[in-house]
Design a protein around this ligand. Structure first.
Ligand code: CS2
Ligand code: MN
Length: 348
């Protein structure tokens, strides 16, 4: 496996120089952030990003994400134009040597949490999801902003979008995903890009909005839409592992053996209720995910692709983007690499 770190570009308070100083760090996961969803990511911008990262002694390993326009998820007639733009972006990325692209297919919101600075017993803070708090929230109030929310939506824009989704049921959302996958994957194959859909985070319906990339059965249904290793998965332990019915390690082995694991996110979560969880340090004993078993699974199918520590806590007084500080994610990266070294040597 190749250890990578998410970096939010020039806006990120963490410098590439610091990231490079994390022992065992090989690559960067980033994106073109200043182009609207649905538009082509221009070649020049990708080249500049790649250059900046290489100048710092790292490589640009993964683009996370190339976001999917809502019209595609809604199956609107305008989707063809946006799908063509998506394919053009893939061609540009390939020209720059990018081989892995992460994306998601979630209506309206990316990841959702109820609190950003929940104090854990050791004084660090973490993101949490509390079912009761979420139920009290009104996403259409026009006041709510949480990480993972697209703050560019106006109140009216959000209302219109919620309305549009009223006519899309689960079968229709699958159909819209199928349409997208069948158009995009031939291009990904031609351009030698491994696509990696990210599971829904959390993996259940939220604010009445459908979520379909949620469990083993649905991941299986997804990979069967298009039979190619290019149509693969981001196995995110914290997203899938938030549902107690998901056996993440079993899923990892299952899809790894089928050569569909194209990217891995390692995040630990502590399940504290039916649909409530706290994000935790990466160590197995701190959460509900056994990281030793996760890395052992990756080792068992000879995973050579990128992995990154997903969210971390805020520790040592650090402030910044919730979930994306330097220190705890760096500790996570080193821990994961340590597990990998130990498992590799034990098997020799
Ligand atoms: C990520 C997701 O920050 C995170 O939790 O795992 O936001 C992920 O980047 C996107 O859903 C991928 O499209
Ligand atoms: Mn993730």
């Amino acid at each position: 496996m190749k250890m990578t770190f998410r970096w939010y570009g020039k806006e990120d308070p963490i410098s590439l120089e610091y990231i490079r100083q994390i022992p065992g760090m090989e690559g960067i996961v980033s994106a073109i952030y200043d182009v609207p969803v649905g538009e082509v990511r221009p070649l020049e911008k990708i080249k500049a990003l790649k250059q900046e990262i290489e100048d710092a002694g790292l490589v640009l390993s993964v683009i996370e994400s190339v976001p999917v326009h809502e019209d595609i998820k809604l199956g609107k007639p305008t989707r063809d134009k946006y799908i063509e733009n998506y394919c053009q972006t893939l061609r540009h990325l390939s020209q720059c040597g990018i081989r892995t692209v992460c994306y998601n297919f979630r209506p309206v919101f990316d990841w959702t949490r109820s609190q950003l600075d929940f104090k854990l017993e050791d004084g660090s803070t973490a993101l949490i999801y509390d079912e009761t708090d979420i139920e009290k929230m009104n996403p259409l109030s026009g006041e709510l902003t949480l990480p993972g929310w697209d703050s560019s939506y106006t109140k009216e824009g959000l209302e219109a979008l919620f309305n549009d989704y009223k006519s899309v049921d689960e079968a229709q959302l699958w159909e819209n995903l199928t349409y997208f996958v069948r158009k995009v994957m031939p291009v990904a194959e031609e351009e030698d890009i491994l696509m990696a859909i990210h599971p829904d985070d959390p993996p259940w319906k939220i604010f009445g909005l459908l979520r379909i990339i949620t469990n083993k059965e649905n991941l299986e249904r997804f990979i069967n839409i298009y039979d190619s290793k290019h149509n693969g998965l981001t196995m995110c332990s914290g997203s899938l592992g938030a549902d107690k019915n998901n056996d993440f390690v079993d899923m990892l082995k299952y899809f790894g053996d089928k050569e569909r694991v194209n990217f891995v996110h390692a995040r630990n979560v502590k399940l504290v209720g039916e649909k409530s969880f706290q994000e935790a340090a990466h160590l197995s004993e701190k959460g509900s995910i056994d990281m030793y078993e996760v890395i052992k699974a990756l080792h068992s199918f000879g995973y050579e692709g990128p992995i990154r520590p997903d969210h971390g806590r805020m520790i040592w007084g650090e402030t910044g983007k919730p979930g994306y500080g330097l220190y705890d994610r760096a500790l996570g990266a080193v821990y994961l690499n340590g597990l990998y070294e130990a498992i590799t040597k034990a098997n020799l």
